[in-house]
Design a protein around this ligand. Structure first.
Ligand code: HEC
Ligand code: HEC
Length: 247
């Protein structure tokens, strides 16, 4: 009896514990699940919107202020930097930071590269951005969609665009930059189709006059000897109106 009693008691206690524990565990499991679900939902949403590390750095290192949200901006003599070859971007950014790439003066009289350099180098001459960060930004920028052509302030006469296309061929530009400036021969060369006209004029002039002489510029310089300012203007207008979004 006693034995039975004890055993029963044990059973009762066990059953009570079990019945008590069961809903408790279930409830606990449910809360857990509910919390888990709640926690998982925003996590998932965040994951969807999660920014590429290169894009984050592009925002944090202030590139966005001058080059626009996705590497496309409205300022005429600031380049669009989206959809350029990754290696070209890396080289140019580092050259600007290191002071190897210079440019003609802006309206304040300083080289046009100084604003960017000032944003990325401390007054003591130290980089605010590592080489690895430049690589990450370049990888992201290279994958962004290209800019649509910027509408010129005044419509360009179609005859001028045709002349620009002829000048482009005559100047042998296609031998390095590809037909219409769309397909450079090397990953270290820029895509010049659809770039802003004022920026193209500035770069062609700077390379011709030996102001910009970094990286591979010396390869192009001899081709500019016979190219005067008028021809540069026509080529720039022509290239600026090529629509890379249709490629
Ligand atoms: C204060 C404005 C400013 C900031 C900030 C800035 N840039 Fe620039 N960037 C310019 C200007 C202006 C030029 C063109 C200089 C010239 O005319 O030679 C340029 C040139 C470039 C070029 C060369 C484009 C080409 O086609 O050769 C690249 C690439 C570039 N910037 C990327 C960046 C990245 C990446 C960052 C951030 C880490 C950045 N820039 C920050 C203004 C800026
Ligand atoms: C022998 C090859 C070669 C030829 C020919 C050549 N280029 Fe280039 N071009 C280059 C290279 C390489 C660069 C990049 C220089 C650097 O590494 O900094 C460049 C840069 C440029 C840039 C600056 C782009 C930017 O994003 O900053 C423009 C604009 C340009 N070329 C236009 C032309 C035009 C127009 C012609 C014809 C008159 C021409 N090029 C002929 C090789 C060439």
């Amino acid at each position: 009896m006693r034995y039975f009693g004890t055993q029963r008691l044990i059973w009762l206690v066990a059953a009570a514990m079990f019945s008590f524990a069961l809903p408790a565990t279930t409830a606990f499991a449910q809360t857990d699940k509910a919390e888990g679900e709640e926690a998982a939902a925003p996590k998932k949403a965040k994951k969807k919107k999660k920014r590429d590390p290169g894009q984050k750095l592009y925002m944090r290192r202030t590139c966005v202020a001058c080059h626009g949200r996705n590497g496309i901006g409205a300022i005429q003599d600031y380049p669009n930097v989206a959809a350029q070859p990754e290696k070209y971007i890396i080289r140019q950014v580092n050259d600007i930071i290191d002071g190897k790439r210079s440019a003609g003066p802006d309206e304040t009289g300083n080289p046009r590269t100084e604003g960017m350099r000032g944003a990325l180098v401390t007054s003591a001459g130290e980089r605010r951005i590592t080489k690895d960060e430049v690589k990450q930004i370049a990888a992201w920028l290279a994958k962004q969609p290209p800019a649509p052509p910027l509408t010129p302030e005044e419509p360009i006469d179609p005859a001028r665009l045709e002349q620009g296309a002829a000048d482009y061929k005559k100047g042998k530009c296609h031998t390095c930059h590809g037909p219409d400036g769309r397909k450079p021969k090397s990953k270290l060369y820029p895509i010049i189709a659809g770039q802003k006209a004022a920026y193209i004029v500035a770069q062609m002039t700077d390379i011709r006059d030996g102001v910009r002489k970094n990286a591979q510029s010396k390869l192009m310089k001899p081709f500019l000897k016979k190219i005067d300012d008028d021809m540069i203007g026509r080529i720039a207008d022509y290239l600026s109106q090529i629509d890379r979004t249709q490629d």
